[in-house]
Write a new protein. Sequence first.
Length: 99
Amino acid sequence: MKTKILTLVALQLTMAYAVSGFAGEGEELKWSQVPPTVQKTISENMGGGKIEEIKKETRTIGGKSITIYEAKVRKPGISGKKLEIEVDENGKLVELEDE
């Protein structure tokens, strides 16, 4: 009985670790790999900043799979604040967040 309980606990911990390892990950891209409509939306929202990283990930929203492009941008100036810009595959701004 103790063996079954330990096995179940170990299995749950392993699954939790595996799922957390995949959370928030995506395929890193170069600017040239980003669709033009997505490039346009990112450019319009980056406020003269510099792109540090772009990732592509698939999310399920309302039972539908959509591709999201996430750009991390460093704003110009002394503060060097970061922006996170999320755009869907059609070029629609999904989220704009100051970090």
